[in-house]
Design a protein around this ligand. Structure first.
Ligand code: PMV
Length: 344
């Protein structure tokens, strides 16, 4: 028997992942590359106990045992099924997982990113300790994490900071090559962004109505210009945003981030049936921030906002956000590092 314990951060996408490529659906290959900041204040802590067995899973989330048949259990179970088909040896063990988030699950703060990256990292760590998985490098572990939840891949690189998850395919790609090419890596470490602060705004702690996985499938299927959006972001918006980040042109980075968030929610709204993740409060936040040259908002599949601003504007921007969402609605986070092993 072996126990490992790890922490892994969540991340907030500036350029979103929203859809798997239909040709590589089972490999979790995204239709486009995505880029995120690794958040230092929101993380999952996971203890994994591995014993001899035949692939059995026991899963406790935030102190509550997940029952077989619940959506949480099914997510983890199907993750392990994908792991077993890629790493046959892993089926010879049983897995007891105890995971805790320090923020609301399924409310738009990419809890799945932290949870699955912690689990993927713990799994790889445990397998390396029993000497049956030799590479614990970011690339390999991000590929494992991708099989659990796409956005989790971006929480894996140990240097954190700004991370890109490459979509990994072009027209001529073969599935086997794509799987290895669709991984995450750090573009710039946290120190590159010393002038920036991130304000997370809790608008609601309700569970989201439509899970990302089901929602994105509907978008790929039903949005008439879905592939135009994908190619625009891949070939135009993403390179512009990366160039702004490289040259520390924050105003441009903020503008492109707001644009990418708006484009994403426009895709959600134009999905059949429509997915409206933003609430009236979210809309008020958009209106307050949209013309500020020193701040950007971004929203995932939920009403909560993540606002990126200059460190020396934090107080002003946080004040604006508190007026809208309430006195205790904000948490300021830094841009941090990737997963770590901690003492059980
Ligand atoms: O990783 P998933 O399957 O929970 O999808 C994440 C989707 C978004 O959070 C909306 C965007 C992103 O890139 O994180």
């Amino acid at each position: 028997m072996l126990t490992v314990e790890v922490t892994a951060p969540t991340n907030i996408a500036l350029v979103k992942y929203w859809g798997k490529h239909p040709k590589y659906q089972w490999l979790f290959i995204p239709t486009k590359s995505s880029v995120s900041f690794t958040l230092s204040s929101f993380f999952a802590r996971t203890r994994l106990t591995v014993d001899a067995g035949n692939g059995g899973i026991d899963f406790t989330l935030n102190g509550q045992k997940a029952n077989k048949g619940s959506s949480e259990f099914e997510y983890v179970e199907s993750f392990f099924e994908r792991i077993f088909s890629n790493y046959q040896f892993a089926r010879k063990y049983s897995y007891c997982i105890e995971s805790q988030n320090n923020f609301p699950t399924a409310a738009g703060f990419a809890s799945s990113a932290a949870g699955f990256s912690a689990l993927a990292f713990a799994f790889a760590l445990a397998m390396s300790k029993v000497n049956i998985m030799d590479s614990l490098d970011d690339k390999t572990v991000s590929i494992v994490a991708r099989l659990g939840s796409g956005s989790a891949a971006r929480s894996i690189p140990s240097n954190g900071g700004m991370v890109i998850w490459h979509r990994g395919y072009d027209k001529a790609s073969k599935a086997t090559l794509v799987s290895k090419a669709s991984y995450a890596e750090t573009l710039y470490p946290p120190s590159h962004f010393a002038e920036l602060a991130i304000i997370c705004v809790k608008v609601s702690s309700e569970e989201k109505k439509i899970r990302s996985r089901a929602g994105m499938e509907e978008s790929v299927r039903s949005v008439y210009d879905y592939w135009q959006w994908v190619e625009y972001e891949e070939s135009t918006l993403l390179p512009l945003l990366l160039n702004a980040a490289k040259r520390k042109k924050w105003q441009a980075l903020f503008k492109l981030t707001k644009q990418a968030s708006n484009n994403f929610h426009s895709v959600c709204l134009r999905t059949t049936p429509p997915m409206i993740y933003l609430s009236d409060r979210s809309r008020e936040i958009i209106e307050a921030i949209q013309f500020l040259p020193y701040a950007a908002y971004t929203f995932d599949a939920g009403p909560n906002a993540v606002v990126i601003t200059l460190k020396d504007k934090t107080e002003e921007v946080e004040g604006l956000l508190k007026n809208i969402a309430g006195k205790h609605s904000t948490v300021v986070s830094g841009i941090g590092n990737g997963p770590r092993e901690v003492r059980p």
